[in-house]
Ligand binder design. Structure first.
Ligand SMILES: Cc1cc2nc3c(=O)[nH]c(=O)nc-3n(C[C@H](O)[C@H](O)[C@H](O)COP(=O)(O)O)c2cc1C
Length: 191
């Protein structure tokens, strides 16, 4: 089983990050989490409760959730070995910080640590339309090895619910981490 860090920033689509944590925990993986200040605000807007209230439901122990301003916590260091880091959803503000190497919070530090250690980093940007600076920042991050995985659900698997659409994106995140799952039906596959 793997060890993963899932970070949630203040872009719309908080459930992508929440569902990613749930799927990894249910898969038996060790999951650690960081939620930015604005990430928590958006979680409250979109789900009606704060991240703290989600943790029990997600099976995420408090000691594995780090304050976004705590640069002394384990994910700030490359010595904290991870099989992958996910930022979902990832705001354009965080994309810009990570692309320019600025650690305004622990999420940026963890993402940059992942890059310097050569470990998988999956960024799930959520914005539309993208500005030219957004596109340049995303290109810079792709060039240094981050997977840019937009929150862009497909329709060919005929989703019936919002959960189906979320699960498609989360399934693509787990695909990128080489994590087994059954979150969506693969193209021309019966299961
Ligand atoms: C309800 C709400 C929705 C937002 N949605 C987005 C979004 O989809 N994409 C984005 O880049 N920023 C969005 N923002 C703005 C970010 O929260 C803001 O840029 C913030 O500085 C991000 O900080 P963080 O990356 O540290 O979480 C939203 C803000 C709020 C309050």
């Amino acid at each position: 089983m793997g060890k993963y860090l899932v970070c949630i920033t203040g872009a719309s689509g908080a459930l992508y990050g929440i569902r990613a944590i749930k799927a990894l925990v249910e898969g038996g993986h060790e999951v650690h989490g960081i939620v930015s200040h604005w990430g928590n605000q958006v979680i409250m807007e979109e789900t009606g409760k704060a991240f703290g209230s989600w943790m029990g439901e997600l099976g995420l122990p408090p000691e594995r959730v780090y304050a976004p301003d705590d640069f002394s916590s384990p994910p700030a260091s490359g010595s904290f070995r991870l099989d992958g880091t996910v930022v979902a959803p990832c705001s354009m503000s965080s994309i810009g910080a990570i692309a320019s190497g600025v650690c305004l919070n622990l999420i940026h530090r963890a993402a940059l640590t992942s890059l310097k250690e050569g470990r998988p980093l999956v960024l799930v940007p959520r914005e539309t339309p993208f500005s030219l600076p957004d596109l340049r920042n995303l290109t810079a991050l792709a060039e240094v090895g981050a997977a840019i995985l937009p929150a862009s659900p497909a329709f060919y698997h005929t989703p019936q619910t919002i959960e189906d659409m979320i699960d498609f994106v989360v399934g693509k995140i787990l695909d990128r981490l080489l994590v087994e799952h059954n979150l969506y039906t693969r193209w021309r596959s019966s299961k």
